[in-house]
Design a protein around this ligand. Structure first.
Ligand code: ASP
Length: 294
């Protein structure tokens, strides 16, 4: 984790918690926290999102609240500074849960959401995708997945999706996540982040969960819902997260990191990747930020 990332995470935690302290709902805190991270350009989300193999940055985000199980998400959205804000609008302004592709972008434009600044040189130099090379790229992508599924490689390759979970004074939990995806994605690839029950879940009868890691493995276990279901039975967040991550490894050779918050405020930051940059704050002292959690 860089110094700038550490400072940004602390700022994000403070901005989210300040809202909770003033009595705002947990979904506001989750959105505000994620927006700080998206806007910073320091993580793989929003302004810092990585491009797909055709050089276009397509982003995924979702948000969910646990009182009425309302959720919103966008996948493959382009040119938006705060994709989580688009997800929130899907939740609040439509009867749907998920919008995808150019029409999700169109939706964001309709609501005049802030635009993502144009990418830096590094992003502009990304390879294009001539049709003839597609087979080669498929092979390359498969090889990459094989490598990424080794725990020690995952965080280096799939860098810094952002997410947050929160519990407000009314006892409502919320979760959200936002990402630019993984390295060497085929255009059109969608990960776990915008899929409710895979990348995020929130239920006042259980708790809130936000995931990071290789989406292709997280989706196959529906990890966020699996963790939430166990929390609903009263299980401890840390034990639950460890058990489900162990299942992820055993069944689909996946590794991941989870932010888990139970409905009564117990929480865990758990990962079976080498590192996971994350933090927490309960309003006293300074926010805790680290890139390894026990
Ligand atoms: N889960 C994200 C995805 O698969 C990537 C990540 O968390 O690093 O799109």
């Amino acid at each position: 984790m860089t110094k700038a990332q550490r400072a940004c995470l602390a700022e994000a935690l403070v901005s989210g918690y300040d809202l909770l302290r003033r009595g705002a709902p947990s979904i506001d805190a989750v959105e505000a926290t994620i927006r700080v991270l998206e806007g910073s350009g320091l993580f793989n989300a929003g302004c810092g999102a990585r491009p797909q193999l055709d050089g276009t940055r397509r982003m995924d985000a979702s948000i969910m609240e646990g009182r009425d199980l309302r959720a919103g998400a966008v996948a493959g959205i382009e040119g938006v500074r705060y994709p989580v804000a688009a997800a929130r609008l899907v939740m609040e302004e439509t009867a749907h849960v998920l919008l995808v592709g150019p029409l999700a972008t169109h939706f964001a434009r309709h609501f005049k959401l802030d635009r993502q600044p144009s990418p830096g040189k590094r992003v502009q130099r990304t390879v294009s995708l001539p049709r003839a090379r597609l087979t080669g790229l498929q092979r390359k992508t498969r090889d990459l997945f094989a490598q990424m599924q080794k725990p020690s490689r995952l965080r280096r390759e799939a860098r810094e999706t952002v997410g947050a979970v929160a519990l407000d004074r009314d006892g409502t939990v919320a979760a959200g996540a936002s990402t630019g995806g993984i390295a060497l994605m085929l255009p059109g690839r969608v990960g776990d982040t915008p899929l409710i029950g895979c990348g995020v879940y929130a239920d006042n009868e259980a708790g809130a969960v936000s995931m990071t890691g290789l989406g292709e493995s997280i989706i196959r276990i529906a990890v966020a819902k699996e963790i939430a279901d166990r929390l609903a039975g009263g299980a401890n967040p840390a034990t639950t997260a460890r058990l489900v991550l162990a299942k992820l490894t055993k069944r689909v050779q996946g590794s991941a990191g989870a932010l888990v918050l139970s409905r009564d405020g117990r929480f865990a930051i758990t990962h079976n990747t080498a590192r996971m940059t994350a933090g927490y704050w309960s309003g006293t002292g300074r926010p805790v930020v680290a890139d390894r959690f026990p």
